[in-house]
Design a protein around this ligand. Sequence first.
Ligand SMILES: Cc1ncc(C[n+]2csc(CCOP(=O)(O)OP(=O)(O)O)c2C)c(N)n1
Ligand SMILES: [Mg+2]
Length: 330
Amino acid sequence: MADLRSVLSWYRRMVLVRRFEEETERAFRRGKIGGYLHVYSGQEAVAAGFISAMREDDICFTSYRDHAFALLRGAPPGAVMAELYGKATGLARGKGGSMHLFDVGRGFYGGYGIVGGHIPLALGAAYALRYQGSDRVCLCFLGDGAMNTGAFHESLNMAGLWGQTGQCPLVLIVENNGYAMGTSVARSSAVTDLAARFTAYAIPCERVDGMDFLAVRLAAERAIAETRTSGRPTAVEAITYRFAGHGAADVVQPYRSKEEVDQARRRDPIPTLEGHLHAAGLLDDAAMAAIREEAEQAVLAAVRYAEESPAPPPESLYADVYADTYGGEA
Ligand SMILES: Cc1ncc(C[n+]2csc(CCOP(=O)(O)OP(=O)(O)O)c2C)c(N)n1
Ligand SMILES: [Mg+2]
């Protein structure tokens, strides 16, 4: 485990992600962000724990709840916010929006709106990394709901199979936040022990408290090291919770009680990590206030950048729609 001093910088990034998400919700309500918006508040320790354990040249995929992933891989907050605003300076030149962030240069391969649709892509990418002779690994984050798609089962079968010959450096991270939109795991899964489902494909899976950065970080180190060395897939089920609605339109939430949300908030990953750092003498109230202020300023600057950036020009409408690598007139 990296020393706690380096953990402090991940705490700082988690505070930034939380503040960023609050601002995106506000901008959505003000009509500044169109399309759809799914925020990550409550789940920060999962992405931060794993991304902090990744190597610079490793890669990762996730679904549509993706802002944190781009930010934690180091994308500038202004470019992420500009993408949500649909501006030409955005990470995907304003054409992807909230669900389709993408930053290949930083090893972030998206951002996908089709539930489970990214799992076969991550599988293929993992295979390619080993096929090209590298020891890089591919991380694939997915929701509990995505485990009920055909794409999940077909991909996992191939992952288990290719892993037998060390050709599948894929780490699967299930972010079990208890719900797929308004449907609980218990109402949608015949087997609610999600970690156990990986055994059907000969993939070891451990369960971890996804609200505790340090616990996630240790599980991430173990899984990544094992997969990097063996070329076999591993999986981690992180038990987590989303504090906000499923998406920005999920205002009334009849599928869960206020008491349940309040109880989960008592396990908020940010104060939990503050507690660890406090106990180690690495964080006091003044440092915490300074970190919050730094996040505040970074987010306000990101909003200004997004507001002031131009929209993509109309003539770029068909650019990047088709690949022109075939030499044809796209
Ligand atoms: C193939 C497909 N079916 C349905 C949807 C609609 N949909 C969007 S998000 C979602 C729930 C997914 O839940 P989960 O995988 O647990 O991720 P979470 O939102 O909890 O992060 C559904 C059903 C979709 N986007 N794609
Ligand atoms: Mg879920």
